[in-house]
Write a protein that binds this ligand. Structure first.
Ligand SMILES: C[S@@+](CC[C@H](N)C(=O)[O-])C[C@H]1O[C@@H](n2cnc3c(N)ncnc32)[C@H](O)[C@@H]1O
Length: 313
C-alpha cells in the first residue's frame, strides 16, 4: 500500500457542520476512505462520543486501524450491511448522524495497481475490495456484446456503447485485455475522433464498468431505507454524491420520505389511515454545492452534491 497517496475530503466543513455534532453523540461514517471526514468528527466529539466507520476497501480499513482512539471503531464491510453492523453494536435507533461520501477516493484512483485510472497503466481490476467479486478484466472477458454495451449505456451514458462493446469483444477474442491502457486504446479506436477532444474518451466507460463491478447503485439502494431505522429522531443523514445516477437515488429517497401522500377528494379513509398518511419520516434540510474556491483547489469536488435530511420524531 502506498501511503504517499492521499485524498482531499470534499465539502468537509459543510458535511460535518450538517451533522450538528453533539459531544456525546453516536455517529457513523459509512465511507471511511482516507479518514478525512472521520477524523473531523472525532475532533468535534467529546470523550463519551462514538464513531463507527465502514469501508469495503481493506486498504482504507488498514488506515483506520492506525487510529488509536477508544471512541472509534472501523470494519471492512459493504455499507449495504450497515443495519447488521448497527445491530451488533446495539445502536439501532440511537444514532445521531450518518454520512456517506460516495464513489471512489483519490487514494484508490491514483493507485495504478487498482485499475481505476484511465490515465495510468495498471491491472484492469477496479474492485474496491480486491478480495470480493470479479475483476473488470474477467467480467469483460466473459460477457457478451449486449451485456457490456448495456452497462456502458446505463452507467456511463456512453453514446458509442455498442461500438465500444464490440471492439472489446473482438480484442478479447484475440488476447484477453488485462491492463487499463490496453482498454483505453481500444475505446479510443472505437470512438469517433471528433468526440475525443472535450473529455477523455474512456472516462464514461471506466465510470460505467467501475459502477457495475462494485454494484455501486445497488449498494446505495439497499442501505438508504435502513438508515431510517438506525437514526434516532432528530438524527441527520448527509450524503455526498458525484454523479447524477447516485444523486437521483438519494434525491428520490429523500423526497419519498418527506412528502405527504395525497388522498383523492371524496375517497373514504379512516382516522387511523389519516394519521399514517400524515407521517413524513424525513425533513429535507438542505442541498449544498461546493464553492468555486474548493473546486479550484480540489477539482474532484466539481460534480459533488451534498444532500442533508433529518429523521422526524
Ligand atoms: C469518496 S471516498 C470517501 C473519502 C472519505 N470521506 C475521506 O474523507 O477520506 C469513498 C470511500 O467509500 C468506500 N465505499 C464505496 N462504496 C462503498 C460501499 N458500498 N460500502 C463500503 N464502502 C464503500 C470506498 O472504498 C472509498 O474508500
Amino acid at each position: 500500500m502506498n501511503y504517499k497517496l492521499k485524498h482531499i475530503p470534499v465539502m468537509k466543513k459543510e458535511l460535518i457542520d450538517s451533522l450538528q455534532i453533539e459531544k456525546s453523540g453516536i455517529y457513523i461514517d459509512a465511507t471511511f476512505g482516507f479518514g478525512g471526514h472521520s477524523n473531523e468528527i472525532l475532533k468535534r466529539l467529546g470523550k463519551n462520543g462514538k464513531l463507527y466507520s465502514i469501508d469495503r476497501d481493506p486498504n482504507s480499513v488498514r488506515i483506520g486501524n492506525n487510529i488509536q482512539d477508544s471512541r472509534f471503531s472501523i470494519i471492512n464491510e459493504n455499507f449495504s450491511q450497515l443495519f447488521n453492523y448497527a445491530k451488533n453494536k446495539k445502536i439501532i435507533g440511537k444514532v445521531n448522524g450518518i454520512i456517506f461520501d460516495l464513489g471512489v477516493s483519490s487514494f484508490q484512483i491514483d493507485d495504478c495497481n487498482r485499475g481505476f485510472s484511465f490515465k495510468n497503466d495498471g491491472p484492469l481490476d477496479m474492485r474496491m475490495n480486491p478480495n470480493c467479486g470479479i475483476s473488470a478484466a474477467d467480467w469483460l472477458f466473459k460477457s457478451n456484446v449486449n451485456e457490456i454495451s448495456s452497462v456502458l449505456k446505463n452507467f456511463g451514458e456512453e453514446r458509442f456503447s455498442k461500438k465500444i462493446a464490440s471492439a472489446i469483444k473482438n480484442n478479447n477474442k484475440i488476447k484477453k485485455i488485462t491492463s487499463t491502457l490496453e482498454l483505453v486504446d481500444i475505446i479510443k479506436k472505437a470512438t469517433p475522433i471528433r468526440n475525443q477532444f472535450k473529455k477523455h474518451p474512456a472516462r464514461r466507460s471506466f465510470q460505467a464498468i467501475r459502477i457495475y463491478i462494485n454494484q455501486e447503485l445497488e449498494e446505495i439502494k439497499k442501505v438508504l431505507e435502513d438508515t431510517l431505522k438506525i437514526l434516532k429522531p432528530g438524527g441527520r443523514l448527509s450524503i455526498i454524491s458525484f454523479h447524477s445516477l447516485e444523486d437521483r437515488i438519494v434525491k428520490r429517497f429523500m423526497i419519498k420520505h418527506s412528502t405527504k401522500a395525497i388522498v383523492p377528494y371524496g375517497m373514504a379513509i379512516t382516522e387511523k389511515q389519516i394519521q399514517t398518511l400524515k407521517i413524513c419520516k424525513l425533513k429535507i434540510i438542505d442541498r449544498v454545492l461546493p464553492t468555486q474556491n474548493e473546486i479550484k483547489n480540489n477539482p474532484r469536488a466539481r460534480s459533488s452534491i451534498l444532500r442533508i435530511a433529518e429523521l422526524q420524531g
